[in-house]
Structures are given as structure tokens and as C-alpha cells.
Design a protein around this ligand. Structure first.
Ligand code: G6P
Length: 586
């Protein structure tokens, strides 16, 4: 998490740096800061809270041609002005994305050598350590090149030296960093979309490379100057703001009909453009959060209809587990951002074993996209709301297409549903009265979600959406599991949201709903089936579509229900407390 940017060029560095920084607010938003050069001095301004608070305290008319800036998701030390970046120690001022894991050890060494600290952060220690190294060797490139010997963990750093005020230095280890180029202007940033307002030309910085920007940009790899490829960002990731929508989340929910139709239409008659999975008899899927949940949907589709064993793993567990591989295993990595630290670490672990890897990613050119053997982009465009909606359904769409291909399904059976899918989703968005269901549940402290197999996977995501943005405690269980303990929590008025779309096991789940209703629960049913009137207090009816497409549409009502519950509760829907969209810490 955390986003860093830097700019060297014309005299409007403050404005340009802050504009870029705002594009990175999805990475963290508990404090923000900037360091800029003005009248041969480094000025540091930082504020607790959103970037807006920082902006309110900046003079955008002040002339400066160099700045670095940061938006923070707190890891070491609470969110306050002192812990906010940039940090300054001795000759060094810097911004940092990542975690210096051995900072306590380094701090002790620095204290012995006379350094004092004002913040609780690992970043201030990194800053002091670079100053300490610089006091022993005044070759800046050598000093920055050497830090990977001392720092354990991850970092992308933007660095100013107070004795060289016309330069920005930068480096990275396992946190993303790019350099943007526009004629005589240079940017550094945590991702490419941050700089697109100014340029689509960028260089990807590799681990441990050192960037020196002054009148030109020089990149060193192991102290040797390297000529790096200048890429052009070719994807359309237009972000026209919220438009007429009150929140980005609602806008992104409404973008789903087009995105899903586009992907289905793009591939359904061109399945050969998708990777050939026929040789794999086992697939492992790895992701975090909602990306893990899409993996579970993929498991149901591949196992149910393509005769392929699938195991899903949460990345933060998988990376420390003993992993078993069989011949002909494919490992799929799912990640909206393509930068999630745990998912990336799993990819690197797997690659050491020479196992085939496929990434399903939204962010073009991200680390996971670049490092996997093969990548499929979900082409969902920038997702601004922290709670994912359109990236989640786009990931499922790709998994469904892969399962369709692997199962040799006759695509004629899908065409009508695909042709209608825009209308199907639009009517789920527009024609259901979510507000009145939200009215009934928004004051509750606990809500339960149940389902079996693919419906359980959907329930997990529905429950996560609700927790993320409304802060209501919600738990999800396989429907048959509730009676093994958790049913003790059900009492008068407890909302239980059941997902029932699998006809084969409908009756089993219906029995479980009756069990909770008998104990006073309010039953809210999301289903594509008829004939369950006796278990329903509220019903959300979804159309019945082809089994590969069903999960794509069944989640839509749960996204909207969460949205309207959160709105009723007055929550900050697009930027829920404590969360960030790109999780680059472990
Ligand atoms: C965060 C986001 C989730 C996302 C998860 C994994 O928790 O809020 O929406 O599912 O990270 O992120 P990734 O970028 O790897 O999909």
C-alpha cells in the first residue's frame, strides 16, 4: 500500500505531483505529504487524513520544479502528521512504499551512532540509514545501490538530497515503481495510471535499479548505466470521475453490463485466443480477498463442468505452506492490481519450481502480469472504489470462458444468454427495490450468509462486500454447516441471506433456511428458482441463465444490497475505513 510520486520539470511541480498523487489515493488515504524545492530549500508539508487536507494547506501558485509526494496506509505507527511521509533525516528527504522489516535492528545501530527519531515509522529509519551510509560514502548512486544489502522487506523510494537540489533519486525492491517521461519532464510513480494525465510513456524499473533524474534520466543496474525500453501505455483507462453517480462503487456496478458483454463477446467465438488448458488435469488458483473468492467460483465451474480438479488458496497462507504439485498442474494467479504482495510472492515461489503460471489481472504492466508465463487482462478499466465489483465479475467472466473452453461446451447453448446479458444485468441493477430490503437490515449488528458449492462462493463475496463498506459483522457458512455451532447465534430478527441457484441441491439448502426461520431469522433469498414461498421473507429474483454465466449475475444484487445498506448507515462507501485497494504489504 501507500503511493509515491515524484516530478522534475517545469515550475508547476506542486500541482502536477498532487494531481498524480490523487490517482494513487486508492493505495491508502490516512495521511499525505509532499516535499518540494523552493528557493533552494526543501519544504515539507504533510497532513493527517485525505489528500484533500494536504491540498487545503498548499499554495499551488508557489513555483517549484521538483517534488516528491506520498499517500499513506499506516503500517508502523498510527495515522498522524508526524508519521506521515515525507520523512527527513540529515541530508535525506524521502517517501516510501513498502515495509522495512528489520527496521528495529537498523534503528538500534543508528541510535548508537547518534541518530534521534521523531516518528514511529520504519520509513524514518530507512531515511536515517541512507543518511548514515551517505555520511560514509558521498557517491549517491553507490549508497542507494547498496541499501538492498541492509534493508530487509520491500520498498519503492523517492529520494531528495539537500546538497543536490536539482535531482530526484529513486529505487525499488518488490514494491512497484515506474518512471514517466514527457519531453524534458520526468515523473516517478507507483503505477502508470497516476501519470497518464501528463504522459503515456513510461519505463518499468526493476528490483534494485537506481534512478537518477536531473536534466535527463539515468538508470543504473548494479552501478552500470542501462538502456531501458520506453513503453507506451495503450489501454483505454479513461477515468471521467463519478459522472452522475453518487459513488464510484455505484458507477462501477453500472459499468458491469458493458464489461461483461465485451469480454464474452470478444472471446466466445475466438476461444483459441485464450490459453489452451487441455493438458492440465489440475489447476491451483491463488488470490487474496475477492480475488480468492473468484477462484472459488472458478473451482465450481471447472470441477462441475470441465472435469478438472481445482484447489484454491489464500495467497498469504499458500506462500508459507508446503505445496504439492502434480504433473500437468497449472497455477492461476488472480489479482485486480497485479501488485498484491502475497500473491506476487506465491507467483515467485511457484516459478522457482518451474510450474506453468497464468495471471488474470486488471492493471496492465503490473508485476504479476509481467512475471507470470501468460496473462489475460480483464480489461475492466480503472476501479476506484476500494470494494471491488466490476473487477470481480470480469475475473469470473474470464474463468467462465476458460472453463467453457476446457469443457468443450457447445457455445451455441450460450449465445442467447450472452446476447441478452447486458439487459439481464441492467435490469438486476435497476428494477429491484434494494432500498426497502436495506431498510430492514441496516440497523442489525450481525448478518449471516449461507449457500452450498457455487452459491457458498457467491455468499462469501456478498458477505465481504457488506462488511467492507457497511461495517456490519457478517459471517458466511456452507448452508449445512450452520447447525454445527453457529446456529446458536441466530435469534429473533437475525437476517440470514441465502443464495440458492443450484437446482440439484436446492432442497438441502431450503431445509437449512427452514431451520433458521424456526429460530426467528428473517430470511432473504437470492435465487433463480421458483417454489420456495414458505421460506421467504424477502426475495431477490435473478434470471436463470446458462450455468457458466449464472455466478456473474447472481452477485449483482448482493453488491447493490451492500451499497444501499452502507449508504443508509452513512458510511464512506468508496473509501472504507482501514482498507486500501492495492495491498503491497504482507
Ligand atoms: C484488497 C481489495 C480487494 C481485493 C484484494 C486483492 O483487499 O480491497 O478488493 O480483492 O485486495 O487485491 P488484488 O489487487 O490482488 O485483486
Amino acid at each position: 500500500m501507500c503511493g509515491i510520486v515524484g516530478y522534475r520539470g517545469h515550475n508547476d511541480a506542486i500541482k502536477k505531483t498532487i494531481n498524480c498523487l490523487e490517482k494513487l489515493e486508492y493505495r491508502g488515504y490516512d495521511s499525505a505529504g509532499i516535499a518540494y524545492i523552493s528557493l533552494n530549500d526543501i519544504i515539507i508539508k504533510k497532513e493527517k487524513g485525505r489528500i484533500k487536507n494536504l491540498k487545503d494547506n498548499l499554495n499551488f501558485d508557489e513555483q517549484s520544479n521538483i517534488a516528491i509526494a506520498h499517500t499513506r496506509w499506516a503500517t508502523h505507527g498510527e495515522s498522524n502528521q508526524i508519521n506521515a511521509h515525507p520523512h527527513n533525516v540529515g541530508h535525506i528527504t524521502l517517501v516510501h512504499n513498502g515495509i522495512i522489516e528489520n527496521y528495529l535492528e537498523l534503528k538500534e545501530e543508528l541510535i548508537v551512532n547518534g541518530y534521534d527519531f521523531v516518528s514511529e515509522t520504519d520509513t524514518e529509519v530507512a531515511c536515517a540509514y541512507i543518511d548514515y551510509l551517505y555520511s560514509k560514502n558521498n557517491n549517491k548512486i553507490e549508497v542507494i545501490n547498496s541499501i538492498s544489502k541492509y534493508f530487509k522487506g520491500s520498498y519503492a523510494l523517492g529520494i531528495l538530497f539537500d546538497d543536490e537540489l536539482d535531482s530526484i533519486y529513486a529505487t525499488r525492491l518488490d514494491s512497484p515503481l515506474i518512471v514517466g517521461i514527457k519531453d524534458d519532464e520526468y515523473f516517478i510513480a507507483s503505477d502508470v495510471p497516476a501519470i497518464l494525465e501528463y504522459t503515456d510513456k513510461y519505463i518499468l524499473i526493476d528490483n534494485k535499479e537506481v534512478v537518477h533524474i536531473n536534466d535527463s534520466c539515468t538508470i543504473y543496474n548494479n552501478l552500470n548505466v542501462v538502456n531501458k525500453e520506453i513503453n507506451t501505455f495503450e489501454f483505454n483507462i479513461e477515468n471521467n470521475g463519478k459522472g452522475n453517480y453518487e459513488h464510484y462503487m455505484l458507477k462501477e456496478i453500472n459499468e458491469q453490463p458493458n464489461i461483461i458483454y465485451y469480454l464474452l463477446n470478444k472471446y466466445i467465438n475466438n476461444l483459441e485466443e485464450l490459453p489452451d488448458l487441455s493438458k492440465y488435469n489440475r489447476i491451483d488458483i491463488i488470490g487474496c480477498g475477492s480475488a480468492y473468492h473468484t477462484g472459488l467460483i472458478g473451482k465450481s465451474l471447472f470441477e462441475g463442468y470441465a472435469n478438472t480438479e481445482v484447489n484454491c488458496y489464500v495467497a498469504s497462507e499458500y506462500r508459507y505452506q508446503t505445496n504439492f504439485y502434480t504433473d500437468n498442474t497449472l497455477i492461476i494467479f488472480i489479482s485486480q492490481s497485479g501488485e498484491t504482495a502475497d500473491t506476487l510472492a506465491c507467483l515467485r515461489k511457484v516459478k522457482e519450481k518451474n510450474i506453468d503460471t497464468l495471471a488474470i489481472v486488471n492493471a496492465v504492466g503490473s508485476s504479476i502480469a509481467r512475471e507470470a508465463d501468460n496473462v489475460i487482462y480483464i480489461e475492466a478499466g480503472p476501479e476506484i472504489a476500494v470494494a471491488t465489483t466490476k473487477a470481480y465479475t470480469a475475473q469470473i467472466t474470464i474463468l467462465a470462458l476458460l472453463a467453457i473452453k476446457k469443457s468443450n461446451t457447445n457455445i451455441d447453448t450460450l449465445i442467447t444468454d450472452i446476447n441478452n446479458i447486458k439487459d439481464t444485468i441492467s435490469s438486476l441493477i435497476n428494477d429491484i427495490d434494494y432500498v426497502s430490503i436495506a431498510e430492514e437490515i441496516y440497523k442489525r449488528d450481525d448478518i449471516f450468509f449461507i449457500g452450498r458449492l457455487i452459491d457458498y462462493a457467491i455468499a462469501l463475496e456478498g458477505s465481504l462486500k457488506l462488511k467492507e463498506i457497511s461495517y456490519i459483522n457478517s459471517s458466511t457458512y456452507p448452508a449445512g454447516e450452520l447447525k454445527h455451532g453457529t446456529i446458536s447465534l441466530i435469534d429473533e430478527g437475525t437476517p440470514v441471506i441465502s443464495i440458492i441457484t443450484d437446482e440439484n441441491i436446492k432442497d438441502k439448502t431450503v431445509s437449512n433456511v427452514k431451520e433458521v426461520k424456526a429460530r426467528g431469522a428473517i430470511s432473504i433469498l437470492v435465487t433463480n428458482l421458483d417454489g420456495m414461498d414458505d421460506i421467504i421473507d424477502n426475495i431477490i429474483k435473478v434470471p436463470k441463465v446458462n450455468k457458466f454465466l449464472q455466478p456473474i449475475i447472481t452477485i449483482i444484487p448482493l453488491q447493490l444490497l451492500s451499497y444501499f445498506v452502507a449508504r443508509k448507515r452513512g458510511c464512506d462507501i468508496d473509501k472504507p475505513r482501514n482498507l486500501a485497494k492495492s495491498v503491497t504489504v504482507e
